[in-house]
Design a protein around this ligand. Structure first.
Ligand SMILES: Nc1ncnc2c1ncn2[C@@H]1O[C@H](COP(=O)(O)OP(=O)(O)OP(=O)(O)O)[C@@H](O)[C@H]1O
Ligand SMILES: [Mg+2]
Length: 212
Protein backbone atom coordinates (compact mmCIF):
# COMPACT_ATOMS: atom_id res chain seq x y z
CA UNK A 1 0.00 0.00 0.00
CA UNK A 2 1.25 3.45 -0.89
CA UNK A 3 0.79 6.37 1.48
CA UNK A 4 1.51 10.01 0.73
CA UNK A 5 2.13 12.68 3.36
CA UNK A 6 3.10 16.32 3.07
CA UNK A 7 6.82 16.67 3.59
CA UNK A 8 6.43 19.81 5.75
CA UNK A 9 4.16 17.95 8.15
CA UNK A 10 6.53 15.01 8.52
CA UNK A 11 9.49 17.38 8.90
CA UNK A 12 7.68 19.33 11.64
CA UNK A 13 7.22 16.16 13.67
CA UNK A 14 10.81 15.08 13.14
CA UNK A 15 12.07 18.48 14.15
CA UNK A 16 9.98 18.47 17.31
CA UNK A 17 11.44 15.08 18.32
CA UNK A 18 14.97 16.17 17.53
CA UNK A 19 14.48 19.33 19.59
CA UNK A 20 13.62 17.02 22.48
CA UNK A 21 16.89 15.15 21.90
CA UNK A 22 15.01 12.09 20.66
CA UNK A 23 16.13 10.21 17.60
CA UNK A 24 13.21 9.26 15.36
CA UNK A 25 13.66 5.78 13.87
CA UNK A 26 10.23 5.08 12.40
CA UNK A 27 7.59 7.20 10.72
CA UNK A 28 4.27 5.42 10.46
CA UNK A 29 0.64 6.13 9.61
CA UNK A 30 -1.95 6.08 12.42
CA UNK A 31 -4.40 3.75 10.68
CA UNK A 32 -1.69 1.15 9.99
CA UNK A 33 -0.21 1.41 13.48
CA UNK A 34 -3.71 0.70 14.78
CA UNK A 35 -3.88 -2.38 12.58
CA UNK A 36 -0.48 -3.56 13.88
CA UNK A 37 -1.68 -3.30 17.46
CA UNK A 38 -4.84 -5.17 16.58
CA UNK A 39 -3.03 -8.02 14.86
CA UNK A 40 -0.67 -8.34 17.78
CA UNK A 41 -3.46 -8.56 20.33
CA UNK A 42 -6.39 -10.21 18.62
CA UNK A 43 -6.93 -13.12 16.19
CA UNK A 44 -6.29 -12.01 12.62
CA UNK A 45 -9.01 -13.77 10.69
CA UNK A 46 -12.01 -11.83 11.91
CA UNK A 47 -13.50 -9.06 9.78
CA UNK A 48 -13.35 -6.02 11.98
CA UNK A 49 -13.71 -2.25 11.88
CA UNK A 50 -11.00 -0.42 13.82
CA UNK A 51 -11.98 3.12 14.72
CA UNK A 52 -9.75 5.56 16.61
CA UNK A 53 -11.27 8.88 17.65
CA UNK A 54 -8.47 11.21 18.75
CA UNK A 55 -8.44 14.90 19.58
CA UNK A 56 -8.58 16.22 16.04
CA UNK A 57 -9.09 13.29 13.70
CA UNK A 58 -10.73 9.92 13.41
CA UNK A 59 -9.07 6.94 11.70
CA UNK A 60 -11.21 4.17 10.32
CA UNK A 61 -9.48 1.01 9.19
CA UNK A 62 -11.60 -1.97 8.14
CA UNK A 63 -9.79 -5.29 8.09
CA UNK A 64 -11.20 -8.14 6.03
CA UNK A 65 -9.54 -11.57 6.21
CA UNK A 66 -6.40 -9.97 7.60
CA UNK A 67 -6.16 -7.25 4.93
CA UNK A 68 -6.98 -3.55 5.25
CA UNK A 69 -9.72 -2.82 2.71
CA UNK A 70 -11.13 0.54 3.82
CA UNK A 71 -8.78 3.14 5.32
CA UNK A 72 -10.00 6.63 5.99
CA UNK A 73 -8.98 9.70 8.02
CA UNK A 74 -11.72 12.17 8.87
CA UNK A 75 -11.23 15.58 10.46
CA UNK A 76 -13.45 15.15 13.53
CA UNK A 77 -12.48 14.43 17.13
CA UNK A 78 -12.90 15.13 20.81
CA UNK A 79 -11.37 18.60 20.58
CA UNK A 80 -14.55 19.57 18.68
CA UNK A 81 -16.48 18.97 21.90
CA UNK A 82 -14.12 21.19 23.88
CA UNK A 83 -14.30 23.97 21.30
CA UNK A 84 -18.07 23.87 21.20
CA UNK A 85 -18.27 24.03 25.00
CA UNK A 86 -15.82 26.94 24.86
CA UNK A 87 -18.01 28.85 22.41
CA UNK A 88 -21.30 28.00 24.14
CA UNK A 89 -20.15 29.33 27.52
CA UNK A 90 -17.37 31.75 26.49
CA UNK A 91 -14.65 29.84 28.36
CA UNK A 92 -10.90 29.32 28.11
CA UNK A 93 -9.89 26.05 26.44
CA UNK A 94 -8.64 24.46 29.70
CA UNK A 95 -11.88 25.16 31.52
CA UNK A 96 -13.99 23.81 28.66
CA UNK A 97 -11.78 20.68 28.56
CA UNK A 98 -12.21 20.17 32.32
CA UNK A 99 -15.98 20.49 31.93
CA UNK A 100 -15.96 18.00 29.07
CA UNK A 101 -13.97 15.48 31.09
CA UNK A 102 -16.21 16.00 34.13
CA UNK A 103 -13.27 17.27 36.18
CA UNK A 104 -15.37 20.24 37.22
CA UNK A 105 -19.13 19.94 37.83
CA UNK A 106 -21.31 21.04 34.92
CA UNK A 107 -24.27 22.09 37.11
CA UNK A 108 -26.63 24.37 35.14
CA UNK A 109 -24.54 23.82 31.99
CA UNK A 110 -25.30 20.09 32.07
CA UNK A 111 -28.16 20.09 29.58
CA UNK A 112 -26.42 22.20 26.96
CA UNK A 113 -23.25 20.11 27.25
CA UNK A 114 -25.29 16.94 26.77
CA UNK A 115 -26.74 18.46 23.59
CA UNK A 116 -23.24 19.28 22.28
CA UNK A 117 -22.14 15.68 22.93
CA UNK A 118 -25.23 14.29 21.28
CA UNK A 119 -24.97 16.36 18.07
CA UNK A 120 -21.23 15.78 17.64
CA UNK A 121 -21.29 12.07 18.47
CA UNK A 122 -24.12 11.61 15.98
CA UNK A 123 -21.85 13.15 13.34
CA UNK A 124 -19.01 10.77 14.29
CA UNK A 125 -21.32 7.78 14.14
CA UNK A 126 -22.65 8.83 10.72
CA UNK A 127 -19.10 8.90 9.35
CA UNK A 128 -18.40 5.45 10.79
CA UNK A 129 -21.65 4.09 9.35
CA UNK A 130 -20.75 5.46 5.91
CA UNK A 131 -17.46 3.53 5.93
CA UNK A 132 -19.16 0.36 7.18
CA UNK A 133 -21.89 0.62 4.53
CA UNK A 134 -19.24 1.05 1.85
CA UNK A 135 -17.48 -2.05 3.13
CA UNK A 136 -20.65 -4.14 3.29
CA UNK A 137 -21.75 -3.13 -0.20
CA UNK A 138 -18.44 -4.45 -1.60
CA UNK A 139 -17.98 -7.46 0.70
CA UNK A 140 -21.40 -9.02 1.11
CA UNK A 141 -19.85 -12.42 1.72
CA UNK A 142 -17.64 -11.24 4.61
CA UNK A 143 -19.77 -9.34 7.14
CA UNK A 144 -18.02 -7.50 9.95
CA UNK A 145 -17.83 -9.34 13.26
CA UNK A 146 -17.31 -6.32 15.46
CA UNK A 147 -16.04 -2.81 15.86
CA UNK A 148 -13.09 -2.03 18.10
CA UNK A 149 -13.01 1.55 19.31
CA UNK A 150 -9.98 3.49 20.57
CA UNK A 151 -8.63 7.00 21.09
CA UNK A 152 -9.59 9.46 23.82
CA UNK A 153 -12.90 10.15 22.04
CA UNK A 154 -13.93 6.54 22.63
CA UNK A 155 -14.31 7.39 26.30
CA UNK A 156 -17.27 9.69 25.77
CA UNK A 157 -19.85 8.20 28.07
CA UNK A 158 -22.55 6.27 26.21
CA UNK A 159 -20.71 6.28 22.87
CA UNK A 160 -20.02 2.54 22.83
CA UNK A 161 -23.72 1.67 23.26
CA UNK A 162 -24.86 4.35 20.83
CA UNK A 163 -22.46 3.08 18.19
CA UNK A 164 -23.52 -0.53 18.77
CA UNK A 165 -27.18 0.42 18.35
CA UNK A 166 -26.55 2.44 15.20
CA UNK A 167 -24.26 -0.06 13.45
CA UNK A 168 -25.81 -3.29 14.74
CA UNK A 169 -22.27 -4.49 15.53
CA UNK A 170 -20.80 -5.53 18.86
CA UNK A 171 -18.57 -2.61 19.90
CA UNK A 172 -15.72 -2.92 22.36
CA UNK A 173 -12.98 -0.67 23.66
CA UNK A 174 -9.51 -1.46 22.40
CA UNK A 175 -7.15 -2.93 24.99
CA UNK A 176 -3.78 -2.68 23.25
CA UNK A 177 -2.05 -4.42 26.16
CA UNK A 178 -4.25 -7.53 26.26
CA UNK A 179 -1.48 -9.75 24.89
CA UNK A 180 1.26 -8.20 27.00
CA UNK A 181 2.38 -8.60 30.57
CA UNK A 182 3.20 -5.67 32.80
CA UNK A 183 4.92 -5.50 36.16
CA UNK A 184 2.06 -4.48 38.46
CA UNK A 185 4.58 -3.28 41.05
CA UNK A 186 5.87 -0.70 38.60
CA UNK A 187 2.68 0.24 36.81
CA UNK A 188 -0.84 0.27 38.20
CA UNK A 189 -3.02 -2.24 36.24
CA UNK A 190 -6.07 0.06 36.57
CA UNK A 191 -4.10 2.90 35.01
CA UNK A 192 -3.17 0.65 32.08
CA UNK A 193 -6.80 -0.34 31.50
CA UNK A 194 -7.89 3.28 31.67
CA UNK A 195 -5.21 4.68 29.36
CA UNK A 196 -5.41 1.69 26.96
CA UNK A 197 -7.77 3.15 24.32
CA UNK A 198 -5.59 6.27 23.97
CA UNK A 199 -2.46 4.14 23.60
CA UNK A 200 -3.66 1.92 20.72
CA UNK A 201 -1.82 3.80 17.97
CA UNK A 202 1.31 4.51 20.02
CA UNK A 203 1.49 0.79 20.89
CA UNK A 204 1.38 -0.11 17.19
CA UNK A 205 4.41 2.08 16.55
CA UNK A 206 6.22 0.83 19.66
CA UNK A 207 5.91 -2.86 18.72
CA UNK A 208 7.19 -2.38 15.18
CA UNK A 209 10.67 -3.74 14.77
CA UNK A 210 12.92 -0.77 14.12
CA UNK A 211 15.77 -0.58 11.68
CA UNK A 212 18.35 1.72 13.19
N1 LIG B 1 -13.65 10.79 28.93
C1 LIG B 1 -13.45 11.52 27.82
N2 LIG B 1 -14.49 12.05 27.14
C2 LIG B 1 -14.29 12.79 26.03
N3 LIG B 1 -13.10 13.05 25.50
C3 LIG B 1 -12.02 12.54 26.14
C4 LIG B 1 -12.13 11.74 27.32
N4 LIG B 1 -10.88 11.39 27.71
C5 LIG B 1 -10.04 11.93 26.82
N5 LIG B 1 -10.71 12.62 25.87
C6 LIG B 1 -10.19 13.39 24.75
O1 LIG B 1 -9.43 12.58 23.91
C7 LIG B 1 -8.46 13.38 23.22
C8 LIG B 1 -7.12 12.70 23.36
O2 LIG B 1 -7.22 11.41 22.78
P1 LIG B 1 -6.01 10.79 21.97
O3 LIG B 1 -4.83 10.69 22.87
O4 LIG B 1 -6.52 9.54 21.37
O5 LIG B 1 -5.82 11.91 20.86
P2 LIG B 1 -4.50 12.29 20.06
O6 LIG B 1 -3.88 11.03 19.57
O7 LIG B 1 -3.70 13.21 20.89
O8 LIG B 1 -5.13 13.13 18.86
P3 LIG B 1 -5.18 12.82 17.28
O9 LIG B 1 -5.31 11.32 17.14
O10 LIG B 1 -6.38 13.55 16.80
O11 LIG B 1 -3.92 13.34 16.72
C9 LIG B 1 -8.49 14.75 23.88
O12 LIG B 1 -9.24 15.63 23.05
C10 LIG B 1 -9.22 14.49 25.19
O13 LIG B 1 -9.96 15.61 25.61
MG1 LIG C 1 -4.30 9.78 17.99
Amino acid sequence: MLVAAKKEIVDDYLEMLEDLNLKPVIVDVDGFALENTYEYNYPKEENVALVDIGASKMNINIISNGVSVVARDIVVGSRQLTEQIQIAFDLEFEEAEALKLGHIPAEEKQEEIADIFSVTCTQWVLEIKKAIDLYHSNHQDAPLGRLVLSGGGSKVSGLVDFLANETGLPVELFNPFSNMTANSKKIDPDYLINIGPEMAIATGIAIRPSVI
